[in-house]
Design a protein around this ligand. Structure first.
Ligand code: MG
Length: 216
């Protein structure tokens, strides 16, 4: 990735440490090489910080990145919660709206040809999704129910040899919240359909080694 794009990623609001962003980029490049012609999917784009790393990898591979988010903020982003940022609240509606931030980030990074923003609830999009994906990056709502639904909705869309990447996986409860670990990471490994290929900080990269029980 160019220094300019890296600087844009690092200047964008969000929760992706640089080292994990680089690991995500590596995973996306490898996943694209492993699964010809398939798109990449990001669940939970927020203001587009990780979208830059994924978008750059997608562009390099001639792929499209679908960046899915309702842009109203996850539970943990709402007022009164730990990860709230009042600057992303739309004054007119009083609700969070990170879509303008995402669009600005994608524009500044020069990735508008590569990144397609999908605005809506992840389970709704997942239900109608029909394309096996080279990579699905799960970084949506970090509560138990959203994490469970993201696994149920999106894991089946990871193509054989494709990648399921998961953010905020904390095996030790002292390090962070449980749902990405308990509702996404563990079920993926226990299904026998995925094998872990790398771990960087709280990022886990898994490869699909068996077809989904319920194919898309
Ligand atoms: Mg995250």
């Amino acid at each position: 990735m160019t220094d300019r794009r890296r600087a844009i990623a690092l200047a964008t609001r969000g929760f992706m440490p640089a080292e994990e962003g680089e690991a995500l980029w590596d995973a996306a490049v490898s996943a694209s090489a492993a699964v010809p012609d398939a798109a990449l999917v990001e669940i939970g784009s927020y203001c587009g910080r990780s979208t830059v790393w994924l978008g750059d990898a997608a562009e390099r591979s001639g792929r499209t990145l679908f960046a899915i988010d309702h842009h109203r903020g996850s539970e943990e982003n709402q007022a009164g919660w730990e990860h709230h940022d009042p600057d992303v609240v739309d004054e007119r509606t009083g609700r969070m709206d990170t879509l303008p931030f995402l669009r600005r980030t994608v524009h500044e990074a020069g990735l508008e040809e590569t990144v397609v923003a999908v605005v809506g609830a992840s389970p709704t999009v997942a239900r109608h999704w029909r394309a096996p994906s080279a990579l699905v990056f799960v970084d949506g709502g970090h509560g138990e129910e959203p994490a469970r639904l993201d696994y149920a909705g999106w894991a089946p869309h990871v193509a054989l040899d494709g990648t399921l990447a998961i953010h905020d996986v904390f095996p030790d409860p002292a390090d962070g919240g449980r749902p990405p670990y308990e509702q996404v990471y563990l079920p993926a490994l226990e299904s026998g359909e995925f094998e872990e290929t790398s771990a960087t900080g709280s990022l886990r990269v898994l490869r699909r080694v068996r077809p989904p029980v319920t194919p898309t």
